[in-house]
Design a protein around this ligand. Structure first.
Ligand SMILES: Cc1cc2nc3c(=O)[nH]c(=O)nc-3n(C[C@H](O)[C@H](O)[C@H](O)COP(=O)(O)O)c2cc1C
Length: 178
């Protein structure tokens, strides 16, 4: 058990958030200890109690209260699904919630970080978003968007592609960094 690696799974408020238990299950099956973290907007989209049972850890969305257990240090981070909003903020050094604080620092510390976006093609076509992806890649953050990774869907069609969200690609990428 001592050599188990810890993966932070960071959930944002995009369609597939409600299915993040799938990512947790796949990660645990590959030997990761999983700590789930959620943006404030994602909390109402996920099953906090189920994820707590699944991981044996509190879902973190705010700074620790005195006496709450510390999260183990991350060996890697996967942000999935990652929103337009969080990707842009992260790329531009905005840290106005708990997960942005954690991930911003982790990138600076060199913790391997993988972003699996879920955005429609309208969001994806925006200049600020394209710039954000470039900036993050310059910082050696893995952004899994494009051919062979997440491909943006047409605006308004998100719910029809939830079940094709390629959670496993994020884990494949995280594993390559070990
Ligand atoms: C029902 C619903 C679905 C949404 N789906 C997406 C989505 O697929 N991708 C996305 O980037 N934003 C989506 N949004 C918008 C984000 O939830 C919104 O930008 C929010 O501020 C993101 O917060 P976060 O990045 O802190 O999680 C959706 C919003 C709602 C209400």
């Amino acid at each position: 058990m001592g050599d188990q690696k810890t993966l932070y799974v960071v959930v944002c408020a995009a369609g597939p958030a409600s299915e993040v238990g799938t990512l947790v299950r796949l990660a645990q099956g590959r030997g990761w200890t999983v700590q789930v973290m959620a943006t404030p907007a994602a909390v109402s989209l996920i099953e906090v109690e189920t994820l707590k049972k699944q991981t044996g850890r509190l879902v973190r969305s705010q700074h620790r209260a005195p006496g709450d257990p510390r999260s183990p240090k991350a060996d890697a981070i996967v942000i999935a699904p990652a929103t337009f909003n969080t990707i842009n903020k992260l790329a531009n050094g905005i840290a106005d919630n708990y997960v942005l604080d954690v991930v911003s620092e982790a990138i600076g510390l060199g913790v391997p970080t993988v972003i699996l976006p879920f955005v429609n093609s309208a969001y994806a076509s925006r200049a600020p978003f394209r710039e954000s992806i470039k900036k993050l890649r310059t910082e050696e953050v893995f952004v899994l968007i494009g051919l062979g990774a997440f491909t943006p869907h047409e605006a308004g069609s998100g719910s029809s592609v939830f079940d094709k969200f390629p959670w496993q690609l994020a884990l494949d990428e995280a594993e390559k960094t070990l």
